[in-house]
Ligand binder design. Structure first.
Ligand code: SF4
Ligand code: SF4
Length: 174
């Protein structure tokens, strides 16, 4: 379902709001001393992340009936996201994206994709253990990767064990 001109305009407006909110929130987090992982690797264009996009919301949207309906209506009508699952406990919504063609594995509105699609998977870098999809070409690199790698290099370990520990501790830099 390709976007028409009205949807494109709405999506541009939503993208501007999304970016202001995103960068503001991340700036505040950094000012509070939080440091995310760095993004390593590269996209393999497997399109797994388009198969069932997921959004985690705050408690008001997840639990408030009116806000939830508005949220879902926006995503259905503007972003083309149809609800598949809602997990109240985790406050997550899983969607089917009507812009995704499972045969070609392409997005039919890539130039107008929502901010969350543009940002993916950077959001995950703020998680304690970033949950990348299996086979995703990206990986998380710890802010202390170099120091951890140096400490592991100084230990008398079998090479496979050292490499495995570096991988698990996100200490493998590019
Ligand atoms: S799952 Fe990862 S590698 Fe695959 S398209 Fe999405 S970002 Fe790229
Ligand atoms: S809008 Fe495009 S990039 Fe975003 S989930 Fe749908 S198919 Fe993927």
């Amino acid at each position: 379902m390709k976007d028409g001109p009205v949807r494109i305009l709405l999506k541009r407006f939503a993208l501007a709001c999304f970016l202001v909110d995103l960068h503001g929130t991340r700036l505040l987090r950094r000012m509070a001393g939080r440091r995310p992982y760095r993004l390593g690797g590269q996209c393999r264009l497997c399109a797994q992340c388009c198969e069932s996009p997921m959004i985690q919301t705050g408690p008001f949207i997840a639990n408030g009936r009116l806000l939830r309906r508005l949220f879902l209506a926006w995503h259905r009508r503007v972003n083309g996201f149809e609800l598949l699952e809602h997990d109240r406990l985790r406050r997550t919504f899983v969607f089917r994206c009507t812009h995704f063609d499972p045969a070609t594995r392409r997005c039919d509105s890539y130039a107008h994709r929502p901010g969350m699609c543009r940002d993916y998977p950077r959001l995950l870098l703020w998680e304690p253990t970033p949950p990348f999809l299996p086979g995703c070409g990206y990986r998380a690199i710890s802010p202390n990767a170099r120091r951890v790698a140096e400490l592991l290099d100084a230990e008398d370990l079998p090479p496979e064990t050292r490499e495995e520990l570096k991988r698990r501790l996100h200490a493998k830099d590019d």
